[in-house]
Design a protein around this ligand. Sequence first.
Ligand code: MN
Length: 256
Amino acid sequence: MPLDEYRRKRDFSKTPEPAGDKRAGSKRKRSPSAPPAFCVQKHLASHLHYDLRLEHDGVLLSWAVPKGPSLNPDDRRMAVRTEDHPRDYGGFEGVIPEGYGAGIVMLWDRGTWTPEVDDVDAALAKGDLKFSLDGYKLKGSWALVRIRDRSDTAPAQRGRNWLLIKHADFWSGPIDIAEFAPRSVVSDGDFDDILATDMPELWVTGRPATAAGRGSAARLTQQVIESAARKILARNEAVEPEPAGRKPRPRSRRKP
Ligand code: MN
């Protein structure tokens, strides 16, 4: 059952993440001609990382990429295979207030992908998946290559370490895409905007409240709140405080 691990790690009474259809994993309601979807979710959890997800056989194959994708073919970005996610996870952006993955999820890129191999399952088994992406930020040809386990690789991590590599093509180059295009592909917001939208109670006079003693705010992990707050305070330094309870102005109208 492809989504067992996904569901085992989460309490859906406490997380806004989609539980996924019980039949997920079956090939259903899908036009055979529609190319499969991919997305990259920028996930501010205990550590910032980027989750690359490729739709295949009714689920999203998933890799956590700590440094994010690079358009530079010389970069080999560590990509740790994680549990398959339900297909509708590809539309998720929001705050996970507690539990597994607690933090803020931003939909950083999305689009479709095309395998450059005849048999995706065989390529995964072999540990060498070549594919192309057609997203807003990521395009062109890529490879995921599994790293051979070292003798000291922990049992739970065995077979999970891959490298994400951009092939040299029209879409490769020295630009730092994570730096150049850091915001949400759906809302154009940053983490603080997502936080303010999902949890307006965290906002006091245009600034983030601290988690301590603030009702639902306390449900967020201290670490994530502090991390988000640091970013927000740095961004808002030049901005006057706003009336209590208001969410901050959109970035476009803020001072740089
Ligand atoms: Mn993640």
